[in-house]
Write a protein that binds this ligand. Structure first.
Ligand code: KG4
Ligand code: ZN
Length: 348
């Protein structure tokens, strides 16, 4: 199992005293919205006790994207070992839990239902409350964990494989949508670009690495400048496609790093420009960046004075779900038994 840890402080395995100082609540959080099976434990002070993420990326790579049915089946195989590993690492037993949090949506319905069913089963069997968490609120809530410990209000650029959102965050439990993408999400643009450059799936991180050896000014890729605060990345992807098609094989090999660097630079410029416009429009004094694409090295450098989610908490994980859960109202048993997952949500 591939496991990665968050940077926050963590209680060594087996150390007694699961609760935070003052006996604060211990939350088990579960995330299965796409192709990562994840479980985390957090205490009442917001300190992470465990953060286990098992990625299915290799399983889906041969299909060039996530296959929903394959993802659900893999979540089923991994959910119990991942939760057990998180409990072991935190030195916490089921008896020491105070509540269970879980991603309710948006995401792949079959995948979400595996996590939701597991969370209901654990909570119901122990008579514990359940905290359903929105995945997007989760990404934002990664910013509330160590070492960032950001507090609202702030303007958040949430940029992932499924979403590219500018959010006005005034409180921990909600946000106001300022802008979104009209076509591809930035992460999708990275993944499609990576595919055109022969980097496999998901290609964002690989494109980031390839770009480091390239010249970002070698190609001038267009960025969409729409009215308002929305994004569009489909034209950029088409421009890369034409460049790639225009090169014969040997030349393409030689120019791959330059293409990657120029393409990445265009995405980053679009994200930075729009975010600064939004900040000016709402008079934001603090900018924050979260979501999978926030792991990108050029984006992090461009936003070096912003609050950046810790790299290991940018892509999907359950620590961010645990963080969001700390601020949400738990549902007491049996109120959550008929709770359903949702694939998408209306962002007003
Ligand atoms: O947040 P996330 O794990 O999943 C969604 O909620 O969508 O984001 C995954 C996305 C993928 O598109 C992946 O290629 C992208 O984040 N990503 C990156 C980097 N690391 C992950 N994109 C650019 N540069 C990176 N270093
Ligand atoms: Zn996500």
């Amino acid at each position: 199992m591939k496991t990665r840890w968050s940077c926050g402080e963590r209680t060594p395995p087996g150390k007694p005293g699961a609760k935070g100082e003052g006996g604060a609540d211990v939350i088990l959080a579960i995330e299965t919205s796409c192709d990562e099976t994840a479980a985390a434990l957090i205490d009442g002070e917001g300190r992470l006790r465990a953060n286990v993420v098992s990625s299915q990326a290799e399983l889906h790579a041969r299909f060039g994207g996530v296959v929903p049915e394959v993802a659900s089946r893999r979540h089923l195989e991994l959910i119990v070992p991942v939760i057990s590993e998180a409990l072991d690492e935190a030195g916490v037993t089921f008896d020491q839990l105070d509540s269970v949090a879980v991603t309710q949506g948006p995401g792949l319905i079959g995948a979400l239902l595996v996590g939701l069913s597991a969370a209901k089963a654990i909570a119901w069997s122990r008579g514990l409350p359940l905290i359903p968490v929105d995945h997007l609120l989760g990404h934002v809530s990664a910013l509330y964990l160590d070492p960032v410990r950001l507090e609202p209000p702030f303007l958040c650029l949430l940029t992932s494989g499924g979403h590219t959102l500018l959010l006005d965050v005034q409180e921990h439990t909600s946000f106001r949508l300022l802008g979104t993408t009209l076509d591809d999400a930035a992460g999708e643009a990275f993944d499609k670009g990576a595919r055109l450059l022969g980097l496999g799936y998901p290609g964002g991180a690989a494109l980031d690495r390839l770009a480091q050896g390239g010249d970002a000014s070698a190609y001038s890729f267009p960025i969409a400048r729409l009215d308002g605060l929305d994004f569009s990345f489909s034209g950029l992807k088409t421009a890369l496609l034409y460049e790639v098609r225009g090169l014969e094989h040997g030349e393409l090999e030689r120019r791959r790093a330059d293409l990657a660097a120029s393409y990445q630079h265009a995405i980053v410029r679009a994200l930075v420009e729009r975010t600064l416009q939004a900040a000016e429009k709402i008079g934001a004094r603090q900018i924050a960046v979260a979501g999978g694409v926030a792991a990108n090295s050029e984006l992090r450098e461009a936003f070096s004075s912003a609050a950046l989610a810790p790299i290991e908490l940018c892509t999907d994980n359950a620590a961010m779900i645990a963080s969001a859960a700390r601020y949400l109202k738990p549902i007491q048993p049996p109120g959550y038994l008929d709770l359903d997952a949702y694939a998408s949500r209306q962002l007003a």
